[in-house]
Design a protein around this ligand. Structure first.
Ligand code: ADP
Ligand code: MG
Length: 243
């Protein structure tokens, strides 16, 4: 197994508040890593540290073996290797669906508009949104917006796609279409880290699961280990509470 991202003793404080305390894990190429845990346990902060939307207070993040926190490492370049899908979609409201999927490609990756358009259309097709290219985000349902957000992230050809509760803002009837889209992506071999409250989805889609509790990884293992045979009392209590 090849490690794409290796995290060693990651720490993050907000003032006095130690939100991440000594987190270590590896994201392997082609694998799906899910992160579960109660609200406030530090899941979003962890994802935001991985793509350096937050600056870690301590520890190391190695991308393909290189420490991205070292002086001189190009952060803009690092960020282009990672895609992010947010709970609240974060589409550009003034742009149509196609423009949403092209703008990062032309501005950040310097792709020509024709090439960016071709790639955007391929990815919109993959998420079943090709017939909505001219729609504005406000004309779409939540599930459709999230599928566009996924196509937008894919259009940047990330090495790793990070999802922060991609279905938490959706009406229940739209959750399935987004989970299905993510599941299809998993089957293409894309490397993904997914924070989710959808336990049966996490169990099906993941190669590994991390259970976070109060800023630490309380337990990590295969879906079977975490969901069927959790070792830690905290994991059992959490799963019991939400089931
Ligand atoms: P989760 O995603 O698991 O719900 P978060 O990572 O969002 O947890 O939050 C973990 C803790 O970090 C919470 O106590 C939250 O209040 C705190 N926190 C998150 N972001 C910030 C921030 N930008 N400034 C201060 N505190 C923050
Ligand atoms: Mg969160």
């Amino acid at each position: 197994m090849t490690a794409i991202i290796e995290i060693n003793h990651l720490k993050k404080n907000f003032g006095e508040n130690e939100v991440l305390k000594d987190i270590s894990t590896t994201v392997n190429k082609g694998q799906v890593l899910s992160i579960i845990g109660a609200s406030g346990s530090g899941k979003s902060t962890f994802l935001r540290c991985i793509n350096l939307l937050e600056k870690p207070t301590g520890g190391q993040i190695l991308y393909k073996g290189e420490n991205v926190l070292e002086k001189g490492y190009s952060l803009p370049k690092y960020r282009t290797h990672l895609g992010m899908v947010f709970q609240s979609f974060n589409l550009f409201a003034n742009m149509d669906v196609l423009e949403n999927c092209m703008t990062g490609q032309t501005t950040v990756l310097n792709r020509k508009p024709e090439e960016a358009k071709k790639i955007a259309l391929e990815n919109l097709k993959n998420v079943g949104m090709e017939q909505f290219v001219s729609a504005k985000p406000a004309q779409l349902s939540g599930g459709q917006m999230q599928r566009v957000a996924i196509a937008r992230a894919l259009s940047m050809n990330p090495d790793v796609l990070l999802f922060d509760e991609p279905t938490s803002a959706l009406d229940p009837e739209m959750i399935g279409e987004v989970l299905k889209t993510i599941q299809d992506l998993a089957e293409t071999g894309l490397t993904m880290v997914i924070v989710t409250h959808e336990m049966s989805f996490a169990k099906d889609v993941s190669d590994r699961v991390i259970f976070m509790d109060q800023g630490v990884i309380a337990e990590q293992g295969t879906p079977e280990e975490i969901f069927d045979h959790p070792k830690e009392v905290r994991t059992r209590e959490f799963l019991h509470r939400i089931r």
